[in-house]
Every structure is written in C-alpha cells, then in structure tokens.
Design a binder for this molecule. Structure first.
Ligand code: PLP
Length: 456
C-alpha cells in the first residue's frame, strides 16, 4: 500500500443522525440528570463513548445473515452456523450460547465453583468478580506490577504475575482453585493485552497442577492484534492464527459477543470438559433457554457467527487499534494525562492528575466527565471514587470507542473538546453526592457541583 494514512475499512450504507444541543441546553440536561451521565437520555448525547459493549455497527454481511435466522426452538440451523464459526476460532468441544457475557460467567461459576474456592485472574472484570463472590468464592487479581501504574509503557501490561500465581497455588492448595482465568485484553486494567508467552507460562503452571485455564475472551481479537504487532515470532501470522494458538493453551472460555463478537447482544461459554458441559447445559435450560439458543434469537446467533470472524480481519483491526491510539496520542502530546500506552478499546484519562485541585472525595472523575459533556456533548464514564468508593486506587474517565461507529472527524472533534477542557481545567468544580443506592451506586447516584472554595 503506497499511502500511509490508515482509513476506515468500510463505506457507509445507512446513517443514524446525531443531535446537537447548545451549552445552555446541556447545562439544563445535566442538572436534570443529577450530574450522572447514566441518567441522560442518549438522544441528548452527541458522541457516546460510555461503552464499547453492544454499541458497534453491524456489517452488510451480518444484516444479510440476520435474514437467514432460523427461529426453530430446538436444533436450529443458525445454531450450527454459530457453533461452527466459534469452533473454527476457539477450538473448544462444547459451545453454549448465552444472552450475554455475565450469563456465561454465572453458569460457569455456578457449576465449577463453591464456597471457599479461590479464582485467580489477571484482573477480574466487575461482573466476573461479582459472580464468583455470589457463590461464596474469592476472586484474586494477579496482574504484573507494571499493570498497576498508569505511566508504565510495558507492551503487555495485562500479563499475569506467574510467580504470584505459583505462590497462591502453594498457599491455598490446588483443591481450592477450580480454575484460573485470563482476561484478554485486560479490560479493568485499561484494555491492556496479554502476551502469548504469558499465556503459555500460565498454561504450563495450570497443567502442572491439573487446574483448568479459562479465558475471559471478550476482546480476544484486539489481544491477537497486539501480539502480532508487539511479540517476536508473530509478525507473519494472521490474527486468526494467533487467536487459535492462544485458545489451544486453555480449556474453555466465557465471552460477551457485545465486544469482539461485533453484535449488539449475545455471549457464549465454551469448555472441553464433557461432564461440566452437561451440568452447564442443565443450568442453562433453567434460566436461559434450550442449549441451541440459550436466550438468543436465531438471528442473533447468525450475527455473532459472522461477527466473530469479522473481528479478526486485519484491515479492521489495523483501523480499530490505530483509531484508539490516535485519540490517546493526540491528547497525550498536549500534556493530557492518560493511562499509557493506549489500550485496545478505550482511552482512560487520569482525572486526579488532570484536576489536582479537586480532592478524591469530591469525585474528580465525575467532574471531568460532566465537563466533557458540557463542553462538547461527549459522554464518557467515571471509573473511580464514585464507582468503587474507598476501594478506588485511581480516578479515571474512560472514553470507550464503539466498533465501526465513529469516523476520524468524530475523533478529531473529541480531541478538540478534550484539549479545550484541558485549557480551562482550573475552573472545574468538584462534586458532592446527594443520593446513593446501597450497591452499584454509580448507575443511579445523584450529585451536584460542590461549592467553589474562594481563595484567601
Ligand atoms: C463486558 C465484559 C464482561 C461481561 O459481559 P456482558 O455481556 O456485559 O455481560 C465480562 N468480562 C469482560 C472483560 C467484559 O469486558
């Protein structure tokens, strides 16, 4: 290819209008939403970077496949398409459809885990941790030290600390560890990848102790692309070959098809264990549905069957990872503090460094997210003191990029808005809570700007 510019590898066939609001309108909307962006009507958001989950655009091939959906209750043709496509990449013997990722987690941990067990992971995603704790087991995060420091530029900050895994197994005993998980990419750790070498090492430890290894595979394709870009020996492999090799080191996976499944809903659970699969399917019938649909319509199964393959296309991944890095690098080069290096699906602003005048108990992440909305109609999400209360180690604002939805000019606009807010950061007030629910309070909390302290 002669030109260096990385372009969107698609043209647009159907468009969805987005709506401008004035600053005065946004001030009123924000006040009416109690300064909680979850409570805003999506229609009043110009660029929505709340999440990359289920918010992607489907391709013409996916829409065409949807018309082929077979809605038979049992034994539908769409299930065969789904299963064959997933097995082609993941290689596991049993493929169990679920309505989204957390349903796969609930079923896996409901069957494989019991009270007193311990489940290690690089970093547990919040629903994964909650489902493990729900059965009375303990979720332990073992990400490498570099993964805990926003400024560290280690190429695989999602790696698991293998020595820490060995000592955990030694300390609690193999019998209490029903499985080990690896989250690829490491969402809660900033969308950072796990190297193939680390997968291999973790797998070796697991096999030595006869402990099954499961992947939380939500962003497996983005992880495969980072391995191809950054790890020696993988330059000439296709992303699919990389993904296939990675999954061979494991025994199963959970997956949210709302991420690298390129679908708006869906998920699945895979395993090579026949006995476990039988128990999982029994539980599936109880709450999700018959094992050939698992809570999904036939057309959803078709969209996922096509989507998981599309997520591995090189042109798509090159554009996907470049556009996330483009956003991160353009703001970082102007001094905006972000979690380095840019991850696969999102850029994380370091709100404590961005707003050093706002103490953590005045929610600098919420203050920054509100300001991005006021300035430019951009919706992001706070990951910090509001979400995790006293357990928050950082105050971050996540800008998650939906798949195939926004073009480079949208991203240029986001850069411009962030830089404008950066320029005026000294005037941004802290926030205070006026209402909170007893758990998962960030979804429903009410806040208001804290009184501006007058100097002197
Ligand atoms: C989104 C996500 C899940 C949960 O999937 P849902 O489809 O939202 O239920 C689990 N793990 C990771 C790493 C995720 O990003």
């Amino acid at each position: 290819m002669p030109a260096k510019t990385i372009i969107e590898p698609f043209r647009i066939k159907s468009v969805e209008p987005i709506r401008w609001t004035t600053r005065v309108q946004r001030e009123q909307l924000l006040e009416a939403a109690y300064y909680n962006l979850f409570l805003l009507p999506a229609e009043d958001v110009l660029i929505d970077l709340l999440t990359d989950s289920g918010t992607g655009a489907m391709s013409t091939h996916q829409w065409a496949a949807i018309m082929e959906g077979d809605e038979s209750y049992a034994g539908s043709r769409s299930f065969d398409h789904f299963k064959n496509s997933i097995q082609d990449i993941f290689g596991y013997r049993h493929v169990i459809p679920t309505h989204q990722g957390r349903a796969a987690e609930r079923i896996l941990f409901g069957v494989a885990c019991k009270k007193g067990d311990v489940v290690p992971n690089n970093t547990h995603f919040d629903t994964t941790r909650a489902n493990i704790e729900f059965v009375g087991a303990e979720a332990v995060d073992l990400v490498i030290e570099e993964g805990k420091h926003p400024a560290s530029t280690h190429p695989f900050k999602g790696n698991m600390d293998v020595a820490a895994l060995e000592s955990l197994i030694e300390r609690v005993g193999r019998e209490r560890i029903p499985l080990v998980m690896l989250t690829v990419t490491n969402n809660s750790g900033g969308g950072q990848p796990v190297s193939m070498e680390n997968v291999r090492q973790v797998s070796t430890v697991c096999r030595r102790h006869s402990i099954p290894l499961y992947f939380d595979a939500c962003r497996f394709a983005e992880n495969a692309w980072f391995i191809k870009l950054r790890e020696k020996g993988y330059e000439l492999k296709t992303p699919k070959e990389v993904a296939q090799e990675m999954f061979r080191y494991g025994d199963g996976c959970t997956m949210s098809a709302k991420k690298d499944g390129m679908a708006n809903i869906g998920g699945f659970l895979c395993t090579n264990n026949d006995l476990l699969a039988q128990q999982e399917k029994d539980l599936l019938i109880l709450t999700e549905g018959y094992p050939t649909y698992g809570g999904l319509a036939g057309r959803d199964l078709e969209a996922i069957a096509v989507g998981v393959q599309e997520s591995l296309e090189e042109d798509y991944l090159r554009y996907r990872i470049a556009s996330t890095a483009y956003l991160g690098n353009h703001i970082a080069s102007q001094g905006v503090p972000i979690v380095q290096p840019p991850g696969g699906h999102a850029i994380y602003l370091d709100a404590r460094a961005f707003l050093p005048h706002i103490p953590p108990d005045q929610f600098p992440g919420v203050a920054l997210a509100c300001e991005l909305y006021l300035e430019g109609g951009i919706r992001s999400v706070e990951i910090g003191a509001l979400m995790f209360a006293n357990a928050a180690k950082m105050d971050l604002v996540r800008l998650a990029i939906p798949r195939r939805v926004y073009t480079q000019s949208h991203i240029d606009y986001v850069v411009e808005v962030i830089l404008e807010v950066w320029k005026n950061r000294g005037n941004i007030p802290g926030m205070k809570l006026t209402y909170e629910a007893p758990f998962l309070r960030h979804f429903t909390a009410h806040l208001e700007p804290a009184r501006v302290a007058v100097a002197g």
